[in-house]
Design a protein around this ligand. Structure first.
Ligand code: SF4
Length: 606
């Protein structure tokens, strides 16, 4: 039986999402022919085409809109070629702003001369071409399909969905213009591959609707079995009880998909009993039974990128910040070094789930073997390691192995900022090709880092960042606000720490997330240990991950005695400015004009 594994619209558009590459390799090694498709990049490629945009322009009744779309259709193919790195000669024309139609996104352009200088023509052109692509996305969202966004589709109805009702209703109405295009692309794959089973990975809420729309089409038109799995399923659907989901699929798998998928294929091929299925829901067995059965990391085959449209991915640069653009620019090979997190203790993290809890490392030599095979397959030497937290010991060994084999590669990934990142280790990483790391400083307060069992101090983090900076490795840090018991003053102090880090040049980009209590994290499972309580413990019938909480004492159901949303806005605006080298002299409280801060105690002179 042939399998077809699909990444549904929409994830990122600069490089393939890795789930199907890992599953395809595993299933093929088990003797099951497997094809894969990235419907997201195919959909973007079709929408952003001369043929489609000019056809769409013909239907526009407003002359101004018609002109805009026709102009877009005339330049879109060369712009795509530029963004794919196929035709750099267009950079000057894009950069001198005589080629592209300029919509609302161009209104917020900062001083390009300041950002790119006079020699950064290609970077400037990439930034302008990105604004052009985003302008079209805005237009399509307003005029063609309100669900469309460049890297997510209908995310608003999949995010925080306690019941299936809204999504189910949306899936009951006729397919939209963008849906039809997506289904047309799906049909082509079904026609070519003639699969006996179709699987969808759903890593994020922004691809749930696309997956279900496609699954619905397959079940209605082709009567093929469909399986759903992926990160969103793992975190949101562990307590799923609304069986209407089986109108769209036959199997739902949890945690790593290799073994569940293999058992499903064996079950379908040999008509074996459902007892052999592992971590899988079916209409006749709709309750999840956890299991730790998994192939070990060392024995897994190298991810297989075969069949993905590698020439279609677009490298975008939304911001001028060089660290920030790594996420959207470059066709990085996504590879996992170790499974799970070697620390797996942070109070806000999904440590009870397999993807964090189960730490399983291959040898350094196996990691580098995989890298070499992937380079041979994709022609790309850049690697984005998608580990939850790269283990420093293995990272060091992999670096030595890269140097021993004299490979020229670039790599980056997520780490914990800990003592192990000495000057020597950072120099070794840089020598082996490490260009950047990301990691969580979270709340930037020693009291709160202790409370959340992060296992590092602010001082250790700063020291690790200094060593990374000295080695020439860029740093992005994840920051968090709104942790239970966090005071306004602690948040203000955290922002000041971040400001000093930018000022010192030991961090290049940062992002603030609001703390979310999830039911799979230590703080969600035992909130009282963190000064909080859950407001309701009843599971919802559809999605369950984030839970409502309040402080253990006082304040009723309010989480804070200050406006947490306004604080979040101030943090993001300040950090956006820092990333652009602005506002570093400004007192941090000035980013929160609507917030009254408690008066600072005067320090005694004695
Ligand atoms: S937050 Fe990072 S370091 Fe902490 S347990 Fe999760 S993956 Fe590990």
């Amino acid at each position: 039986m042939k399998l077809l594994l699909i990444t549904p619209p929409l994830t990122q558009i600069n490089t393939p999402y890795p789930a199907t590459t890992m599953l395809k390799a595993y299933m093929q090694a088990q003797g099951h022919p497997t094809a894969q498709a990235d419907l997201g990049i195919e959909l973007v490629d079709r929408l952003y085409s001369r043929a489609w945009l000019s056809r769409y322009a013909e239907q526009a009744s407003d002359p101004e809109e018609k002109d805009y779309l026709l102009h877009c259709s005339e330049v879109v193919e060369p712009v795509k070629a530029f963004l794919r790195g196929e035709d750099n000669t267009l950079a000057s024309r894009i950069a001198n702003r005589t080629l592209l139609p300029e919509g609302a996104r161009f209104d917020s352009l900062t001083d390009l001369e300041w950002a790119f200088g006079t020699s950064g023509t290609e970077d400037k052109a990439r930034h302008l071409a990105t604004l052009f692509i985003e302008d079209i996305a805005d237009y399509l969202r307003t005029h063609a399909d309100s669900h469309f966004d460049l890297i997510r589709y209908a995310e608003e109805i999949a995010n925080y969905a306690p019941t299936f009702d809204e999504l189910y209703t949306e899936l009951s109405v006729p397919a939209s213009l963008v849906d039809r295009l997506m289904l047309d692309l799906l049909e082509q794959h079904l026609e070519t591959e003639k699969p006996g089973l179709v699987g969808f990975t759903i890593p994020f809420p922004g691809c749930l609707y696309g997956a279900l729309r496609c699954a619905q089409h397959i079940k209605q038109r082709h009567h093929l079995p469909v399986v759903l799995g992926g990160g969103f399923v793992n975190t949101e659907w562990r307590q799923l009880s609304d069986t209407r989901i089986f109108d769209f699929c036959d199997f739902i798998t949890y945690d790593d998909g290799e073994l569940p998928l293999l058992r499903i294929v064996e079950h379908l091929e040999d008509n074996r009993t459902t007892a052999s299925l592992v971590r899988t829901l079916t209409p006749s067995s709709p309750h999840l039974e956890e299991s730790d059965e998994n192939p070990d990391n060392q024995s897994l085959p190298t991810p297989d990128f075969g069949g993905l449209p590698m020439d279609k991915y677009l490298s975008l640069a939304e911001m001028t910040n060089p660290m920030h653009r790594l996420w959207s620019c470059g066709r990085w090979n996504k590879l996992m070094m170790a499974h799970g997190c070697y620390w797996h203790r942070c109070a806000f993290c999904d440590t009870s789930l397999d993807y964090i809890r189960r730490y399983d490392v291959p040898t350094a030599s196996t990691v580098v073997d995989r890298m070499e095979r992937i380079i041979a397959q994709t022609g790309n030497t850049g690697f984005h390691f998608v580990d939850e937290a790269l283990p420093p010991k293995l990272l060091g060994e992999v670096s030595q192995e890269i140097l021993r084999r004299r490979l020229t590669v670039s790599l980056w990934g997520n780490i914990r900022f800990e003592k192990a990142y000495t000057a020597e280790l950072c120099d070794l990483l840089a020598e082996a090709g490490c260009v950047a790391v990301s990691g969580g400083l979270e709340v930037a307060s020693d009291r709160l880092l202790r409370l959340m069992d992060k296992g590092v101090t602010v001082g250790q983090t700063l020291q690790a960042c200094r060593h990374l900076r000295d080695a020439g490795i860029m740093v992005h840090t994840y920051l968090m606000y709104g942790f239970p018991t966090e005071t306004l003053q602690e948040t203000l102090d955290a922002l000041d720490t971040v400001r000093r880090m930018f000022d010192e040049g030991i961090v290049q980009s940062a992002f603030w997330h609001r703390y979310a209590m999830t039911c799979h994290s230590p703080s969600g499972r035992q909130p009282e240990q963190y000064g909080a309580r859950r407001i309701s413990c009843e599971p919802h019938p559809f999605c369950n991950n984030e839970v409502d909480w309040a402080p253990q004492e006082g304040l009723g159901n309010a989480q804070f005695d200050y406006d947490i949303d306004e604080v979040g806005n101030g943090l993001r605006i300040a950090t956006y400015n820092y990333m652009n080298g602005l506002g570093l002299e400004q007192p941090v409280h000035s980013w929160f004009p609507g917030i009254r801060f408690p008066k600072q105690k005067k320090h005694s002179s004695r």
